[in-house]
Design a protein around this ligand. Structure first.
Ligand code: ZN
Length: 258
């Protein structure tokens, strides 16, 4: 079900840290932001949207290429994303096809690529206006979706409110810079990629998390082997978080970069 966030913005918060998505009601149509992991959930989301409005969906925006935000793309006609989001999703199709065979719920999945791409930023000049900004950081093509008139931001996976961040494809410096920039924006409510609706306080926590991870990993590398750090992830002194512990995968992805 969707929760009303502001005058025109609605969101669905995924269970137990699953991905979030939502839509923005413009004058003549609605604009969806991200899909759920499972196509059947996206189908349900489209039904749930009809309980709120009779406006038709004009666009879907993908905040980045990860499956938990794009695997419902098949139900949309026009999909907007950063060019790198499209490129990476396309490259990963063979890998994802292998992976999804294991699960019955992906039986009808068709991986659909964004068909409207941009390389810097993009504005949808409707009412309300929607600003798409390219930051990278979490993935190369990560963008945010901002509705300035209502001071609402869809951050995509630049924010995992209350959960461990996923750093598997990340550029930590770029990510931190992105959050420092967003911190200057006029924002009242944020729909994070994962976790509950939040505000700028959460951005500060994420900056601290990223800095702690990077600095402590760098320090630990001087004194411990990669294997030792992987075995004892407490060495990184990261805050306690709910849900999936992604620290081992994050160390594996970031060890050589720290
Ligand atoms: Zn995600």
């Amino acid at each position: 079900m969707f929760t009303k966030v502001s005058k025109s913005v609605y969101c669905r918060i995924g269970e137990k840290g699953d991905s979030n998505n939502g839509f923005i009601l413009c004058n003549d149509f609605s604009v969806f932001v991200d899909t759920a992991t499972y196509p059947d959930q996206t189908k349900r989301d489209l039904e749930d949207m009809k309980k709120v409005t009779d406006k038709k969906v004009k666009f879907l925006i993908n905040t980045h290429y990860h499956p938990d935000h794009t695997f419902g793309n098949m139900y949309f006609l026009d999909i907007i994303a950063h060019a790198a989001c499209r490129t990476t999703l396309k490259e990963r199709i063979p890998f994802y096809k292998e992976e999804v065979q294991k699960e019955e719920r992906f039986k009808n999945l068709k991986i659909k690529l964004p068909n409207i791409v941009f390389t810097e930023n993009m504005m949808l000049m409707h009412t309300p206006k929607i600003e798409l900004t390219h930051f990278g950081g979490h993935t190369e093509g990560s963008i945010t979706v901002y509705v300035p008139e209502e001071k609402v931001l869809f951050s995509g996976d630049l924010l995992f409110a209350g959960y461990h961040l996923y750093l598997g494809d990340a550029d930590i410096q770029e990510w931190t810079d992105a959050l420092e920039t967003i911190l200057q924006w006029d924002i009242k409510k944020i729909i994070p990629g994962h976790g509950e609706i939040c505000d700028k306080k959460e951005i500060k926590k994420h900056i601290d998390y990223l800095k702690t991870f990077y600095q402590n990993l760098k320090d630990m590398k001087k004194r411990h082997s990669k294997e030792d750090i992987l075995k004892n992830t407490d060495l990184l002194e990261l805050p306690e978080m709910d849900g999936e512990n992604r620290i081992v995968r994050n160390i594996e992805a970031q060890y050589d970069k720290a």
